[in-house]
Design a protein around this ligand. Sequence first.
Ligand code: GMT
Length: 379
Amino acid sequence: MKIGITCYPTYGGSGIVATELGMELAARGYEVHFISYANPIRLNTESPLIHYHEVEVSTYPLFQYPPYCLALASRMAEVAETACLDLLHVHYAIPHAISALLAKQILATQGTRCRRVPFVTTLHGTDITLVGADRSYLPITRFSIDQSDGVTAVSEYLRERTVSVFKVQREIRVIKNFVNCDRYQHNADPEARALHARPEEKLLVHLSNFRPVKRVLNVVRIFAKVRRELPAKLLMIGDGPDRGPAEHLAIELGVANDVIFLGKQSRIPELLAIADLMLLPSELEAFGLAALEAMACGVPTVATSAGGIPELITDGVDGLLAPVGDVDAMAAHALSLLTDASRYSKFSAASRRTAETRFCTTLIIPQYEEYYRQVLDQA
Ligand code: GMT
């Protein structure tokens, strides 16, 4: 099967899921064509089955806003024709599903030498946030969902929210996010750990795009409370609008020497594997991929119970949850794990077990394969 994948290549979990999915499909013998404006950040493979097609948006004096959606549609149609794609899989409804719909229509009028190309849209959560922030996107998002040949959502929570916000009648298949359990493992390199923390220090970690929805300032607040009770360091991985305010807050709270802002990193499995605890105090997460990646490394998470997080983390078993904004509760949860070795090792083992038994690529990728076949049969 030949699949075209489109995602936001540089920003956030949806691009990471799309990229990892493409790499996993190629490892299973699929021919994968990424179509986007930049090389996806985690695309790191020499596989001859993976191709990347850049979308170039021409500027023109009349265009105050260069029409990326149209350039993408043209490129999708071109790649679908030349590579004879069987299916397009777009991540994020706006604008990718609209571009895919246009590409499909362009191909239908061209008497293409290949079969018509259906498209699957995967919703990641921020599609809904976009509509929350600007209602004018509601009709076009609903339209793009309705017109897709298949729609998936990364959690049950997101499926239900999509149905209630957009009043869509169609089937939305829940296919949860996944992690490669061989690449993400509990094999901490002591030398790598020693670069960031002394042996007696606990190492906490946060990984995100530092958008306000991640409540990055609360990560620093939680850490400051933990740091008052025990020696610890906090690794902040990623970058985004709230990095500056978080750096200032760390200074204000007197923990700047213990908070390490690493910026964007490519060696995520290696960094997560050296940590003791993940902090994810988000206002909302459709899924919470960063927590899953940490769990696969045997690193339990203290998080909020927002959105789809409880579908990933079982409170009291493989992580601890608290209401959004409850910094005191999250700090207490963190301390309850970090100061009790036997409780900690139970949570650590359970975290890895959850990743292995429910979210490994070996379990989830076949669900996408099966869904592609279903969509193709119905197309
Ligand atoms: O969370 C972000 O800021 C990025 C965002 C995206 O659309 O790229 O992530 C969403 O998709 C991820 C992958 O499916 C999920 O793990 C995140 O929970 C979801 N983010 C939100 O719902 C806020």
